[in-house]
Write a protein that binds this ligand. Structure first.
Ligand code: AHM
Ligand code: MG
Length: 365
């Protein structure tokens, strides 16, 4: 069984899909089954592009190559156990962590897909210490920063993992330099992630809201299933690795204490932590709440990488009506000095992030 079930009918783009199976076999499928006008991700982007007649379609081409990379990695992840891809590749990445074979494969797939698009000039991957400068004959105007397979420590137990990406535009006719990617996140043109879980879901923002697409394996197409995602203004879930609590700073400690023992008569929040950023952020985006990877005494800059983890997820959160904060500033205002720089991050529902901002602000007084 596969397929996409239960789409709501008030969707902006009417992304009707063929109903393959339903929980209620007695349901009358005729009406819905007739609606087969599929809003694929390609069609969606081309529709957006048609609002910009001057556009040459470069972004659509770039995105189609990212989508290809996601489909390839999705297929590899789902076959990992069978193909015996799981295991150490015998290499370490730039952070000194052991790379799994799937990390190596995914990195390779994305680098090749992005270079062959002919639309990129600089690529920054979590797996590569240095940026890749695309040779002039294949060069285009986009820089792509990405984590090809985030959450790889979860591969062996089948937990959802994902690819995260952000896209910058460079000045045309200028030799690309590393400064083109050491840009604040607010300069990103687009960002997204693809989650390889019980379904394969690609969430994308091109700066005008957030949309989610689910891969229909029988069609091999990502179909618009979550149009115009808006994060609830306040949530009931907090998500953090509490094992680090003894090393947290005052505001983080106070915040998590408030989540568990609220003094304003509200109910305590639930804790959900997968330890896989794409999955934790995806749940936060859909259900609301807050995801925290704070600084601690051992890791004063937190764990997550600015360019290809913090920025894309912060971009999506803001586009969905939420906020992203580093403990000092709006995350998207940060100007990275190094490719693999890290930053603490608090992101999610607007009101929840507002609370942690207030705690950091009162500490400064
Ligand atoms: P990775 O890029 O090496 O996979 O690490 C990033 C992952 C994130 O997906 C997740 O949010 C975080 O590490 C979990 O870290 P921890 O195990 O310290 O809670
Ligand atoms: Mg990562």
């Amino acid at each position: 069984m596969c397929g996409l079930l239960h789409l709501t009918k008030d969707l902006k783009f009417e992304p009707w899909i063929l109903i393959i199976e339903s929980e209620n076999q007695n349901m009358d499928h005729t009406a819905d089954a007739q609606r087969t006008d599929l809003m694929t991700i390609t069609r969606f982007v081309l529709t957006q592009q048609s609002n910009h007649p001057e556009s040459r379609g470069d972004f659509s081409i770039l995105l189609s190559h990212i989508v290809l990379g996601c489909k390839f990695v999705c297929s590899a992840v789902s076959k990992a156990g069978l193909a015996k891809l799981i295991g150490l590749a015998g290499e370490t990445n730039v952070q000194g962590e052991e790379q799994k074979k799937l990390d190596v494969l995914s990195n390779d797939v994305f680098i090749k897909a992005l270079v062959s698009s002919g639309r990129t000039c600089i690529l920054v991957s979590e797996e590569d210490e240095e940026a890749t400068f695309v040779e002039p004959s294949k060069r285009g105007k986009y820089c792509v920063v990405f984590d090809p397979l985030d959450g790889s420590s979860n591969i062996d137990c089948g937990v959802s993992i994902g690819t995260i990406f952000g896209i910058y535009l460079v000045e045309e006719d200028q030799e690309p330099t590393i400064e083109d990617v050491l840009q604040p996140g607010k300069h990103m043109l687009a960002a997204g992630y693809c989650m390889y879980g019980s379904s394969c879901t690609l969430v994308l923002s091109t700066g005008t809201g957030v949309n989610g697409f689910t891969l229909d394996p029988s069609l091999g197409e990502f179909i618009l299933t979550h149009p115009d995602i808006k994060i609830p203004k306040k949530g009931k879930i907090y998500s953090v690795n509490e094992g680090n609590a003894k090393n947290w700073d005052g505001p983080t400690t106070k915040y998590v204490e408030k989540c568990k023992f609220p003094k304003d008569g509200s109910s305590p929040k639930s804790l959900r932590y997968i330890g896989s950023m794409v999955a934790d952020v995806h749940r936060t985006l859909l259900y609301g709440g807050i995801f925290l990877y704070p600084a601690d005494k051992k890791s004063p800059n937190g764990k997550l990488r600015v360019l290809y983890e913090v920025f894309p997820m912060s971009f999506l959160m803001e586009q969905a009506g939420g906020q992203a904060f580093t403990g000092k500033q709006r995350a998207l205002d940060l100007v990275p000095k190094k490719l693999h720089e890290r930053s603490p991050i608090f992101l999610g529902s607007y009101d929840d992030v507002e609370e942690i901002k207030a705690l950091y602000a009162s500490e400064e007084k």
